[in-house]
Design a protein around this ligand. Sequence first.
Ligand code: SF4
Ligand code: SF4
Length: 383
Amino acid sequence: MATRVNPKLIDDLERYGAQDVSKCYHCGNCSAVCPFSQGTRIFPRRSMRHLQLGLEKRLEGDLEPWLCYYCGECSEDCPREAEPGETMMSLRRWLTSRYDFTGISRLFYLSWKAELGAILLVALLAAIGFLLLGFLHGNIGVYDGPGAFLPSHIVHWFDWSMAVVLVILLGINCARMWWFTLGREGRDAGFHVPLREYLTRAYLLPFHFATQARYARCERKRPWVVHLALMLSYVTMLVLIMFFLGFMQAGPGIDWRVHAFGYAAALGLVVTTAYAMWGRAKRTEMRYKHSHESDWIFLILLFVVAGTGVLQHILHRADLDVAANVVYVMHLMGVVPMLVLEVPFGKWAHMAYRPLAMYFADLQPRAVPSRSRAETARRAAAS
Ligand code: SF4
Ligand code: SF4
């Protein structure tokens, strides 16, 4: 099959945040220092090369950008200041928009105004919906129980509806990721991964999701600890909201069986997002040297959601139910766009793509010749 090149690929990547790809002269320093570059996976130099050659399809089926954790070591050691670490980050944004069948990811990554506008619009619609619900069916002076302004069973139902939409959208995009990396690539090369390999290696998905064990191989451990704390805090809060919302919302007494987890998760979210925002503002580390607008939107939205969640909880415990309900509506104005826009189309999507990439990268060498290809070869040999 002929290889098509896109001479404007670097220009396109620069719109996703890549800096100086053209400066690279392929010395290989970056791949030598990268803690994850080994065996047949030589990056980021190879990605720089493919970009310079405009090999769009090749990059589309590439898993290597997802194997990079942006420790920044390659950028620090690049003699040409070609910023290979930032290039890998930009490739992850670019790949996210390629996997997304709706085109929304691309729109958001290329226009922060569109992303912000969509978030504000969805937040406004959420506010109108929840205020209507509250004023039609409840009392703003009641936070919990009969007559509550926002009854937990209705909010719970709404959460699950959003979760279903999210899983469908993200599921389709994950299927496209598989098609680009294992499906189409494998078919074109005449290989496929047997089903038993998918099944026997499936444990890698939850393993990489929960531990981010590869990240721990970076020389500096703090970024791994912060990233892991952020992810575990987020997942803990998600589990509490999806399965224990009634307990979380009940009060004003504290139910330590669930609230202890809630406090730990809230603390983790507030501290880690504040730390990341501080680092980006001060540009203290190489990985924070360049911030794409989507990085800021992601962090600010998460900080607002975590902060309003904590505040409404405190107000309810202080018996200030009117204020607690007002802050609760503000909290939901952040939660809804985060779940229906940011998780499937924005930076959050990497929570699904990265562990999938680890899993697929492990499966790729286990591919075997497709039956049709093997049969053709056997017949050709016999004739
Ligand atoms: S990105 Fe820099 S370190 Fe890596 S191959 Fe190119 S010039 Fe060398
Ligand atoms: S940023 Fe770190 S993990 Fe990513 S390619 Fe560079 S050295 Fe490797």
